[in-house]
Design a protein around this ligand. Structure first.
Ligand SMILES: [Zn+2]
Length: 113
């Protein structure tokens, strides 16, 4: 929250803990005093870090997506479970009919890939 020091409105950055003039903080309509809780400098750094993290995550996602194609059904199932997917997986036959490959009465006419 902004406060007056020597007749100047100042605010302490929650990231670097420096007390700086309010003008060093970006405007933020969601904040009570109308200014961001990070100083402009920290905000810039944070944006940069965030962008770098997102870039890295996206690269991992792309790598994973490609890798999933080479997995066997068994590996794919384990991988999905590891990623937090829950529930039963169903195979879909050529006609688009879903069936559970584990079920005893899996249609015999359907070829499993
Ligand atoms: Zn700061």
């Amino acid at each position: 929250m902004a406060h007056k020091i020597n007749n100047e409105l100042k605010k302490t950055c929650v990231r670097c803990h420096r007390t700086l003039p309010l003008s060093r903080f970006n405007k933020n309509n969601y904040s009570k005093d109308g200014h961001s809780s990070y100083c402009a400098e920290c905000n810039r750094e944070y944006q940069r870090e965030y962008a770098a993290r997102r870039r890295a995550e996206t690269e991992i996602e792309i790598t994973n997506k490609i890798a999933l194609r080479n997995l066997t059904d068994e590996q794919l199932y384990e991988e999905l479970e590891r990623r937090g997917y829950r529930g039963r997986l169903y195979k879909v036959d050529a006609l688009g009919t879903a069936f559970n490959p584990d079920a005893v009465e899996a249609p015999e006419s359907v070829e499993m890939k």
